[in-house]
Design a protein around this ligand. Structure first.
Ligand code: HEC
Length: 371
């Protein structure tokens, strides 16, 4: 134990921090590593980390891949996914130190400064800039979604109304995929993990068979209800949204027809008549998610509810840990760091850049030999 600590010089620690945050191996005698070494010798690890989050490498490689992982709805781990409005917005929020608890509700998105103009019906603006290696640290700018979407600002909900989210969440189906993706990407759980048949069924849609299989009469109660009780209560938020194959659409006051299809499956099920949503997170296994806003109308209020929950902060902290340590936090020590930095994230205006810096100082994997 003490041998390991002795063996790690300030230089190797600096290189380790740099490599983990940026995914780029620095030259051992580069000016940033030399400056970091001095700061680490003085015990000033945070200032050393800040030198890294100011480099082009951090934005153009490490943070970019982190942001892209949120758009990977299949969890394929494919870093060749093109950048899009959703990942660019995650990078922009981090770069400009915006409050991450507003990222699912504000009328904000990020685009490149120049190049092919933004078109809400395709991803060319992002892909052509990425192909030209345009610098994300210097050439990403903030803009409003409402000015491009022709949707009122009150109907815009941060990442939830980006094209990148819409393509995976609202295309065809029943908009339940949107809830599934929120669960995976922003709350770090699968629907399988959070299913619980003690939640109310009052919002389960008519398309979910009450008796899916006559030979298993209790299947609805034991299985379907576990997911649909929660998911169907939340999906009302997206009743007026659709992805039509090229872009996000919004029709105020008219639930998309996908909400009330196959109603013969369960005539006693809930009929969607508006964009109200009810959250049953405070029932069953999700009651410790710390969700406090439990109902509302539309995507913006749902986004506020999700991103102000305790589990959202835990999830962001966990994702940053995984990014830096290349593993899930499993030991007691790692879990304590993730928990402490999640609370710190909340207490300091949800600054993602700062979460990266602090994690690179406190995560034990940085100090381990051979990493
Ligand atoms: C582990 C969670 C989970 C369980 C359990 C579950 N579902 Fe689902 N269900 C989902 C998700 C997620 C979707 C959305 C899939 C998509 O659109 O990508 C969905 C979609 C559906 C749909 C809409 C399909 C469509 O697109 O038209 C129906 C109908 C449905 N489920 C019925 C059932 C029935 C009946 C049961 C019990 C036998 C059940 N589900 C159990 C998670 C679950």
């Amino acid at each position: 134990m003490s041998l390991n600590i002795l063996a790690q010089t300030e230089k190797s620690r600096a290189i380790n921090m740099y490599t983990r945050l940026t995914e780029v191996i620095p030259a051992v005698d580069s000016s940033v590593i030399t400056s970091m070494e001095t700061l680490i010798k003085e015990g000033n690890h945070i200032e050393a980390a800040k030198l890294i989050t100011n480099t082009d490498d951090f934005y153009n490689v490490g943070l970019k891949n982190f942001a892209k992982s949120f758009t990977d709805s299949e969890n394929s781990g494919d870093i060749k996914l093109p950048i899009n409005d959703m990942s660019a917005t995650i990078i922009g929020f981090t770069k400009d130190n915006l409050n991450f608890s507003t990222i699912l509700s504000e009328d904000i998105f990020y685009r490149y400064r120049a190049g092919t103009p933004v078109n809400v019906s395709n991803n060319v603006h992002y892909e052509s800039n990425e192909d030209n290696n345009v610098n994300l640290r210097t050439d990403l700018v903030q803009d409003t979604q409402s000015s491009y979407l022709n949707i009122n600002e009150s109907r815009v909900a941060g990442l939830l109304t980006t094209r990148g989210f819409a393509v995976n969440g609202y295309e065809a189906g029943t908009n339940r995929a949107a809830i599934n993706n929120i669960m995976n990407q922003f709350l770090c759980h699968t629907m399988e993990q959070v299913q619980d048949s003690t939640r109310p069924t009052s919002r389960v849609g008519k398309d979910v068979f009450l008796v899916p299989n006559p030979s298993i009469p209790h299947l609805f109660k034991t299985r379907c209800q576990g997911c649909h009780g929660l998911m169907d209560g939340l999906r009302g938020a997206f009743a007026y949204y659709n992805y039509n194959g090229t872009r996000l659409t919004y029709i105020n006051g008219t639930p998309d027809e996908k909400y009330n299809i196959n109603s013969e499956n369960n005539p006693t099920g809930y009929e969607t008549v508006d964009d109200s949503w009810i959250s049953f997170f405070n029932h069953g296994v999700t009651s410790d998610f710390g969700v406090s806003l439990l109902s509302g109308n539309g995507a913006k209020s749902l986004g506020i509810s999700i991103a102000s929950s305790r589990q959202f902060s835990n999830c962001m902290s966990e994702k940053v840990f995984e990014k830096i340590c290349l593993k899930k936090p499993r030991t007691k020590e790692d879990k304590l760091v993730v928990e402490a930095l999640a609370r710190d994230f909340e207490d300091n205006d949800y600054k993602m850049k700062s979460l990266f810096e602090k994690m690179s100082v406190h995560a034990s994997c940085i100090g381990e030999i051979g990493n």
